[in-house]
Design a protein around this ligand. Structure first.
Ligand code: DAH
Length: 344
């Protein structure tokens, strides 16, 4: 019987040794220590033993049980720890792995240029005025000294919605609206950025939709020299301190006199190159002294008040500044184009 117990012990211990999962250990436990296991069976047969043998065998059986139990517990701990380690290894986070780059957007180059111009004029004490893109014929033309059938209306081929309503062809109607809102009292000092529409065929330099920034100053004693100084400051801030400006006589129905402003070429400094087409000068904007009719129509006394106005195209300015050769790039929003203006 003692031998049998020893045998069972060895058998059980080698099975514990061989077990590698909790399930296998449980099976060994049930097989050897369970109620129907061989050790219990041995103990059940103890009745047949002599009184001297009984305690010895009993002790041995208990020792065998204890030894197997101890080994089972030890092994169980090992198996459990291994399972935890395996889990940790499987779920490990590699903190040295480089992160995934998040695609960061940037301001649209046109927005950047518009904001740059806005900041410049805000710094000179202007405020920003806005008006509707769907505009009345009255503000777009009539209040700007362009009565119906005026030939200069042809310069701005328009998208009409009804006979009296159109998509504004320029930002100048905001001049009229702003003056009207001032009810004949100066000073008025605004810039008006916004989208405008014309029935043009799209090509590298034309678009049926583009942006403009209008400027308007009305007060007592505003002179052409104020306009010139303002435009000069603008040109230097926008295109570099060495820029010279020149004003050429021009015509706009809403200004008298009217001028067009050129800046000395920022690429060649005025000697002539491909940017200035060999002339040394680049045309930037239209401007002039607000026509007395325009002042009067919007409620200002033209004997007391004078003013100047100007209008420019941010697309053209951005194209010149960044060497962009096609206006359509601004609207196609090709990411390869937009990405080039990350730090603008
Ligand atoms: N509205 C003109 C245009 O779209 C631009 C312009 C010229 C605006 C002269 C002005 C100005 O205010 O004084 O062609």
């Amino acid at each position: 019987m003692q031998e049998r117990l020893e045998e069972l012990k060895q058998e059980a211990l080698s099975k514990v040794e061989a077990a590698s999962t909790l399930k296998e250990l449980q099976d060994v436990k049930v097989a050897y220590l369970g109620k129907k296991g061989p050790i219990t069976e041995v103990l059940r047969g103890m009745g047949k033993l002599s009184a001297e043998e009984r305690p010895i065998v009993g002790q041995l059986a208990n020792d065998v049980r204890a030894a197997i139990t101890e080994e089972l517990e030890k092994k169980q701990e090992i198996v459990e720890r291994a399972a935890v380690e395996e889990k940790l290894a499987a779920e490990a986070i590699d903190v040295t792995l480089p992160g995934r780059a998040v695609n960061q957007g940037n301001r649209h180059p046109l927005t950047a240029v518009i904001e740059e111009i806005e900041d410049l004029f805000l710094g000179m004490g202007y405020s920003i005025a806005e008006g509707p893109e769907v505009e009345q014929d009255y503000y777009n033309f009539e209040a700007l000294n362009l009565p119906k059938n005026h030939p200069a209306r042809d310069m701005q081929d328009s998208f009409y919605i009804t006979e009296e309503i159109l998509l504004r062809t320029h930002t100048s109607p905001v001049q009229a609206r702003t003056m009207e809102a001032h009810e004949g009292k100066g000073p008025v000092k605004v810039i008006c950025p916004g989208r405008v529409y014309r029935r043009d065929t799209d090509d590298a330099t034309h678009s049926h939709q583009f942006t403009q920034i209008e400027g308007l100053v009305v007060d007592e004693n505003i002179r052409m020299s104020d306009l010139k100084g303002t435009l000069q400051t603008f040109a230097k801030k926008m295109f570099g301190e060495d820029r010279e400006i020149r004003l050429r006589p021009s015509f706009f129905p809403f200004t008298e006199p009217s001028v067009e402003m050129d800046i000395s070429c920022f690429k060649c400094g005025g000697h002539g190159c491909n940017v200035c087409k060999g002339t040394g000068w680049i045309e930037i904007l239209g401007a002039g002294m607000v026509h007395p009719n325009v002042l009067e129509m919007s409620g200002f006394d033209s004997k007391k008040y004078t003013g100047f106005a100007f209008g420019m195209g941010p697309e053209r300015i951005a194209m010149l500044k960044y060497g962009i050769d096609d206006i359509r790039h601004f609207y196609q929003n090709d990411i390869r184009f937009l990405k080039q203006f990350k730090r603008v």
